[in-house]
Design a protein around this ligand. Structure first.
Ligand code: C5P
Length: 219
């Protein structure tokens, strides 16, 4: 039977890396909900829309189509017909996305889209509120955490591999800031579902985390 797997956790906790590998192994769909909030934020930036203007942000959701395309190598993100996979990872988007994501009406729209994607099962979905709000009936719920230093180190290494030079302290501050905004917002704050299994991945390798989740799935 095809099940639903919800993977939640703070910024840079390794969710998407692990979720992608799991989806591939299981032959499931992978849905990166953070990418959807990022795409909306990117749209708001390009259209010069105020991040506090909830109604204008909801209108953007209604006027445009955010979608994914799975290739052999990676998951591509589209807004209408434009590919924005790289653009939504830029610092201007990263630094604004938590503000866009705090609005209740924006989240309601996003959750609706995500539930449509997840409805049939056979999905690995990662985000902040998957186990609590998007797929509350998911058969498997995982909550990934890692120390701030570890997460900043992972980001630093990732950036290095991409040839982007970044300052470690700045990365650490950005992660702390996003943690703060994501966990203190009034609507759907980052919170572990009561029936989620928490895995602290500090000092763990990716394969180790994947294995731990596979064990949880098989029990
Ligand atoms: O996972 P990622 O870091 O790409 O997510 C970007 C931002 O989108 C998060 O910092 C959070 O503000 C928002 N987000 C959210 N709910 C989700 C996924 C992401 O609010 N389910």
């Amino acid at each position: 039977k095809k099940i639903s797997i919800a993977i939640d956790g703070p910024a840079s906790s390794g969710k998407s890396t692990v979720a992608k590998i799991l989806a591939k192994k299981l032959g499931y769909i992978y849905c990166d909900t953070g990418a959807m909030y990022r795409a909306l934020t990117y749209l708001a930036i390009t259209k010069n829309i105020d991040f506090e203007d909830e109604k204008a942000l909801v209108d953007l959701c209604l006027e445009h189509r955010i979608s994914f395309e799975q290739t052999e190598k990676e998951q591509l993100v589209f807004i209408d017909r434009a590919q924005v996979t790289e653009a939504i990872r830029q610092p201007d988007v990263t630094n604004a996305v938590s503000i866009v994501a705090k609005h209740g009406a924006v989240r309601a729209k996003m959750v609706e889209l995500q539930q449509m994607i997840g409805r049939a099962g056979g999905v690995v979905m990662d985000g902040r509120d998957i186990g609590t709000a998007v797929l509350p009936d998911a058969e498997v719920k995982i909550f990934l955490v890692a120390s701030v230093i570890e997460r900043a180190q992972r980001r630093y290494k990732e950036n290095q591999e991409k040839g982007i030079s970044t300052d470690f302290e700045t990365l650490k501050k950005e992660i702390e800031q996003r943690d703060y905004l994501d966990s203190t917002r009034k609507v759907s704050p980052l919170k572990q579902a009561v029936d989620a299994v928490k895995i602290d991945t500090t000092g763990m390798g990716i394969e180790e985390v994947v294995k731990a989740i596979e064990e949880i799935i098989s029990t």
